[in-house]
Design a protein around this ligand. Structure first.
Ligand code: SF4
Length: 559
């Protein structure tokens, strides 16, 4: 027996359904609910209540007809390397049958009335019962929706298949190598981990020419709750988060519809509300009054240590760091160029961006892609950024300078004018979003490949957001200025710095949220997806690249 932990029998079911699914769940500790798993959990609540008792030793008397009806029975065996919590064990004397409850209807497509994963699961339960001295000639699967019991004879052939599945699962776990995704399988759209696994995307990027199905993009997206009212506090009231200021309710949001809570300045959260957020894996982020990202509170952390091991290993590999950094910087330059091209406000005679500028940026992009070191790359990035920001004013509405939105150069800490104040705030918002996205997939946002680790700096978030600075942050800044959503009176200048007032910040956050919710067509996968979902997909693709499942990290670039 290896030193692997006992296999939960449920994992055998997952393994037979899809070996990659079992690996993700058991080895990498991933889990995500979907409608099927939520329904299953609800239906299991009743059977999970303990009731009756399974005698520790089965009766030795041949004529013992004592009825056994024991719910929620946990048994394990070092010999078998298995552990199971059985929904129900029923029988008489020493002869019993495990009964496994399934949420759905009996599948009439399966000749035996039970699919293979359920047969293996109930057989493994039978093996465990036999290890504990019982005789177990059959198991039962009970389908809650159709209220049907289907008997599963535990014959030699099924026992062999079950033992083989156990060996395979153990071998996979010990290999440290995640199994490949299923190919164009109808199982994937029903799989709760599809958004983590990215089966079609991984296959596509591994050069299997099948266009990915929009499995990920079909998922619902909850929304963040921003609380920037000063001295407001958030408390929990049943299934709802209530925001109050001086005991007056100012807002509320259903917990099920909240993806994260962002607290500005002195806004606070009660302990019960914080506990509930942690229980539901809703991250809470803390920002300064001006929107500077201070930190975040999450649960004890993702269990998929394998992902972080890959990340740390790659972060010490100069070749991999340079490879990823080049792609990210080149992607940022491409996207900056696209933004300039699309938003250039030229004259009536010539509305398009100057050809020399676009050519120079294309050259910068090429140099970035070939930079021999991070130091050279930094120089190329700086040159491209100068070119871009020198021309940023040309994307602002003609009258914007009359309104005080004059932009000549990028400055920060503190930003000295309204445009720079907006850019700084937008980058802080983007950093926060990326920190959340990366930590939600189990990566360490503080260990980067291009940006160097420095205290409190989420280096990986800064790396990954590079291509999205123009597409999301700069784009929102242009929108709020050019649409007149934010006006000069929305700013306050003091001590050489310029900052948004509360009302302006609120309008900016709304515009930023609109941008994150905006759907775009993924240039590689061709399905529609919004920016927030895209951040998660890109984070998960980074995980796949770090784990050597795909040859390169595909940077998001628009044309
Ligand atoms: S999405 Fe498909 S390949 Fe991925 S774990 Fe689920 S069933 Fe397996």
């Amino acid at each position: 027996m290896t030193d692997l932990p006992l296999i939960p029998v449920r994992m055998l079911n997952e393994h037979v359904y899809c070996p990659r699914l079992a690996y993700l769940m058991w080895v990498q500790g991933e889990f995500q609910h979907n409608e099927f798993t939520v329904d299953g959990a609800i239906k299991h609540r009743r059977v999970d209540r303990p009731g009756g008792k399974l005698p520790e030793q089965p009766s030795q008397a041949a004529d013992d007809e004592t009825r056994i009806h024991a719910r929620s029975v946990t048994l394990s065996s070092d010999e078998l390397g298995l552990i199971a919590k059985m929904d129900l064990v029923e029988g008489e004397g020493a002869v019993v049958a495990p009964v496994d409850y399934k949420r759905g209807k009996r599948p009439h497509k399966a000749a035996s009335g039970v699919y293979e994963p359920e047969q293996i699961q109930v057989c493994a339960q039978g093996l465990l019962l036999e290890e504990h001295g019982y005789s177990c000639p059959e198991g039962v699967v009970y389908f809650v929706a159709s209220r049907e019991r289907v008997r599963v004879p535990l014959d030699e052939e099924l026992r062999t298949r079950t033992r083989n599945a156990m060996t395979e699962l153990r071998r996979n776990a010990a290999s440290g190598c995640i199994p490949a995704p299923l190919e164009d399988s109808p199982k994937c759209p029903r799989c709760s981990l599809a958004g983590i696994c990215l089966p079609d995307e991984v296959r596509f990027l591994s050069r299997t020419p099948v266009q990915p199905r929009p499995i990920f993009a079909a998922r619902d997206a909850a929304k963040p709750l921003y609380v920037q009212t000063q001295r407001a506090y958030v408390r929990k009231d049943g299934e709802v988060l209530v925001v109050e200021q001086e005991k007056e309710q100012v807002a509320k949001a259903r917990l099920a519809e909240v993806s994260q809570v962002a607290l500005f300045g002195s806004a606070a959260l009660t302990t019960p509300a914080l506990h509930e957020c942690l229980r539901r894996e809703i991250p809470v982020t803390w920002l300064s009054y001006g929107g500077w990202f201070i930190g975040h509170t999450v649960t004890v952390g993702r269990r998929n240590v394998e992902t972080r091991t890959h990340q740390y290993r790659a972060s010490f590999d100069d070749g991999r760091c340079l490879d990823l950094a080049r792609r990210l910087v080149a992607g940022k330059i491409v996207n900056s160029r696209t933004l300039l091209r699309r938003n250039w406000r030229g004259t009536d005679d010539d509305a398009s961006a100057p050809r020399e500028l676009l050519t120079a940026l294309r050259e910068d992009m090429r140099h970035a892609g070939r930079a021999p070191s991070l130091a050279v790359l930094l120089g190329v990035e700086g040159a491209a950024a100068n070119r871009y920001f020198q021309n940023f004013q040309n994307m602002l509405r003609e009258a914007s300078d009359d309104l005080g939105f004059d932009f000549s150069t990028r400055n920060r800490r503190p930003p000295k004018d309204p445009v720079n104040a907006l850019l700084s705030f937008a980058y802080a918002m983007l950093t926060r979003e990326w920190t959340m996205a990366l930590s939600s997939v189990g990566l360490d946002p503080y260990r980067g490949f291009y940006h160097q680790p420095r205290f409190g700096r989420p280096a990986l978030a800064l790396d990954m957001m590079e291509p999205f600075r123009p597409l999301v942050a700069d784009s929102v800044v242009l929108t709020v200025i050019n649409n007149g959503e934010i006006r000069p009176e929305d700013f306050i200048s003091a001590a050489g710095g310029c900052n948004l007032k509360d009302a302006g910040r609120k309008k900016f956050i709304q515009a930023f949220e609109r941008r994150l919710q905006q759907e775009i067509t993924h240039p590689i996968f061709k399905y529609r997806i919004n920016y927030r979902q895209l951040f998660e997909v890109q984070s998960r693709l980074l995980v796949r690249w770090l784990g050597d499942e795909i040859p390169t990290y595909p940077v998001f670039m628009t044309r």
